[in-house]
Design a protein around this ligand. Structure first.
Ligand code: MN
Length: 739
């Protein structure tokens, strides 16, 4: 029977028209807007794909109609059918996701976008030997997120398998293998038995052609010899059910080719010991009737011991419900009989899809759809925990856990340079990745490349990213700052452990020395030398404030970063301290002249430049008389002094100051791109600008904010630097910061 040569068009399957799809969904979709959207999608793909042909030579849109037909036969909603029609339009034509969103709305666009990304991911990057099917399933589900995306992808793959005949033998093998390993398990997990069984049979045809043909031969022989006996049995059962006034529908089912193959070749059962090759399926209207029918059958025919299964009371993990029994008919043949309600039958064929099949006017929404599934799963989880002593329980539990995890929990799946897949919680960074590889990799991590580009260690990873970690033997170990951005608990605890260990290993003397050095560095940045720093720190109020008894204790505390040196400096309100020299002019401690003087300022009044608005020579400034700390100089527009009236004093820039530079805080806003920070730093260095500190942050709207403290001589010079910064591609705003 397989010898008949089939036409290549649609792989020999009946070719559907758009009207066929329409007649499927018109049963359950009546809203004119919804119908109009689907129709528009069809017209659109007809136009967009009009010059494209499939490998078989038929018009490309055939494929799109068939995929839509499959999802409509699962009673999917209008958004899903529309997206099914559009699923290849972004990848294969010059339509953009934006176009789709404009024409068909955000929901359709989201689904098409996910499908396009999955399509693009291909397996090109995942061909490494280390890559395993399980990983692929995870990536797929991780990227799909939405169950509708999974459904369309399954329908897409099913139709491609039906028409596999047009491809080269290598492609046939590769696609069959991938379908078997990746898509069949997903269909199974979701209970989509119709899709799963057909996929299995189609794949088997290419993976094991000889065995496939042998099973077909055995089957056709068996059904020929049994057809009369089967008819008799059907008739007798129908008579009895009719007699008892039980509504029923009775049909004969042949076990799928693949499941016979699996029993014969994977489990080693000879063909004539497979009892359920022919099954009778009886569908009735209630659970009660199922048991009633079972009783009647067992009264008429001898059941085979050990073959009765009550999946109504104990559903299978994928929610399958039915009664199964195997009987010996009068002529000695074995038959499996499956008894179930109509609803159970629907679930048996389409699994999860049956639970949330689109129902109009029932407040349908995608959110509701997801909630419904979750609800079902909660019910199922309760069921599992209640029956936790039953034998099948491990499978069931695993099923629920995997399904909920895969679909509802957010994970990202990224690659090692060798193609191994690493699963991380959403929001993870290269540091999380490094610690997932090995604690040592995390502890010595000094940099990271994402998709070949150097990125900051706090970059958030996306599914599909390839990560390469740079390590160094000279690394000082994880920084405490990493704790602020890592997501995985493993990374967090490893970093904490490292820091705690390092601190514990240090002797008190070392801690004092280390903390002191940190302070010397920080104060040095403000032109305060060690001796002066010690004067500042030997202050009872300060020590009390930080909860320590001595300056040494303070240094120990600084080693543990509680407090950090800058907190001490903040507490002291110092950034640049200057003292008035003879003659009323401020003199910098470091020896240079203070650039600011106050009229009438006494000899010993300290004048300092405020660190909130970092005034520069050339700025309009005003002096603020502090309580006990002399005069602090602010820019006139600084909001910190705007409301002051009485404590303000006129101050002036000296005209004869020696060349010096002053710290100024700036903020650069730019559209985020690779190498942005590097170019900014190059530009500053090229212009001999000293950078005290620089910090970059990516924003959600794909912009970046860079804050920096740079050393500049005066306002005019700063103005020139701003102009140069603005000339860097992507930079659109540069500003001074007032804290
Ligand atoms: Mn496709």
């Amino acid at each position: 029977m397989e010898k008949v040569s089939k036409p290549l068009v649609n792989g020999g399957y009946p070719l559907h028209t758009f009207e066929d799809v329409e007649s499927l969904y018109e049963v359950y979709i009546t809203n004119p807007d919804d119908k109009n959207m689907i129709r528009r999608a069809f017209d659109f793909i007809l136009e967009m794909h009009k010059d494209q042909k499939r490998k078989s030579g038929e018009p490309y849109y055939h494929h799109l109609i068939e995929v839509a037909y499959i999802v409509a036969s699962l009673h999917c909603g209008p958004v899903t059918i529309t997206a099914a029609l559009l699923h290849d339009v972004v990848e294969d034509t010059d339509t953009s996701i934006n176009d789709i969103e404009k024409m068909f709305g955000e929901e359709v666009a989201k689904i098409v976008d996910a499908l396009t990304k999955i399509q693009r991911l291909k397996l090109s990057r995942i061909t490494s030997e280390e890559f395993e099917a399980e990983d692929h399933r995870k990536i797929f589900i991780g990227m799909a997120k939405d169950i509708r995306v999974i459904l369309i992808k399954l329908a897409d793959r099913l139709h491609n398998l039906r028409t596999l005949g047009a491809l080269s033998p290598e492609r046939q093998l590769a696609i069959s293998k991938e379908s078997m390993e990746v898509f069949v398990p997903i269909a199974h997990r979701l209970g989509l038995d119709v899709i799963k069984s057909e996929m299995e049979d189609l794949c088997l045809k290419y993976l094991e052609p000889e065995k496939y043909n042998e099973v077909i031969k055995l089957l056709s022989k068996k059904s020929k010899t049994m057809s009369k006996s089967l008819d008799n049995l059907k008739k007798r059962l129908a008579d009895v059910l009719f007699e008892h006034g039980i509504p029923f529908d009775i049909s004969a089912r042949v076990k799928s080719i693949y499941s016979i193959y699996a029993k014969m070749y994977l489990k080693g059962h000879p063909f004539n010991e497979i009892y359920d090759i022919l099954a009778l399926r009886i569908i009735t209207d209630s659970e009660m009737r199922c048991y009633q029918i079972l009783g009647l059958i067992h009264k008429m025919y001898k059941p085979v011991p050990g073959r009765f299964k009550d999946y109504i009371a104990m559903p299978k993990p994928n929610l399958y419900q039915s009664l199964h029994t195997t009987i010996v008919s009068g002529d000695g043949n074995f038959y499996e009989v499956q008894i179930r309600t109509e609803e159970m039958d629907k679930i048996a064929e389409t699994g999860v899809a049956a639970h949330w099949a689109y129902k109009e006017n029932s407040g349908y929404s995608s959110k509701q759809e997801q909630l419904d599934i979750e609800d079902k799963l909660h019910w199922f989880r309760d069921f599992v925990s209640m029956s936790s002593e039953t034998a099948n329980d491990t499978n069931a539990k695993e099923y629920v856990e995997n399904l909920t995890q895969d679909i509802f929990e957010s994970n990202v799946y990224v690659f090692t340079p060798k193609g191994k897949v690493i699963e991380l919680p959403v929001g993870s960074t290269p540091v999380d990745f490094a610690y997932r590889i090995h604690t040592k990799v995390g502890d010595t991590c000094v940099g990271a490349l994402v998709n070949g580009v150097m990125v900051p260690l706090n970059t958030v990873l996306k599914t599909g990213d390839m990560i390469e970690i740079k390590t160094s033997k000279n690394s000082v170990g994880p920084s405490e700052g990493w704790l602020e951005f890592v997501r995985s608990s493993a990374a967090k605890s490893a970093i904490r452990k490292f820091i705690a260990k390092k601190n514990a290993e240090m002797l008190r003397e070392e801690k004092i020395a280390k903390g002191k050095q940190s302070c010397i560095d920080a104060f040095g940045d403000r032109d305060i030398d060690e001796a002066e720093m010690m004067e500042y720190l030997d202050n009872e109020k300060l020590l009390e404030h930080f909860g320590v008894d001595s300056v040494d204790d303070l240094f120990v505390a600084v080693t543990g970063r509680k407090p950090v040196p800058s907190a001490i400096i903040d507490y002291l309100h110092i950034k640049k301290t200057v003292a008035l020299p003879q003659g009323g002019f401020a003199k910098r401690k470091s020896g240079g002249d203070c650039p600011v003087y106050a009229k009438g300022g006494g000899n010993k009044i300290a004048i300092s430049l405020a660190n909130c608005c970092t005034p520069l020579p050339g700025d309009d400034i005003v002096g603020y008389i502090t309580k006990g700390k002399g005069i602090s100089v602010h820019r006139k527009n600084c909001p910190n002094v705007a409301k002051e009236k009485e404590r303000l004093i006129d101050v002036y820039w000296r005209s004869d100051i020696e060349f010096a530079t002053y710290p100024v805080d700036i903020m650069i806003t730019a559209s985020d791109r690779n190498n942005l920070l590097v170019e900014i730093m190059n530009m500053l260095t090229l212009n001999k600008v000293i950078i005290n500190s620089i910090h970059a942050k990516s924003n959600a709207n794909s912009s970046a904010t860079i804050t920096a403290t740079i050393q500049v001589s005066d306002a005019k010079r700063l103005h020139d630097i701003f102009a140069k910064l603005l000339s860097i591609v992507g930079v659109y705003e540069v500003d001074r910061i007032i804290h």
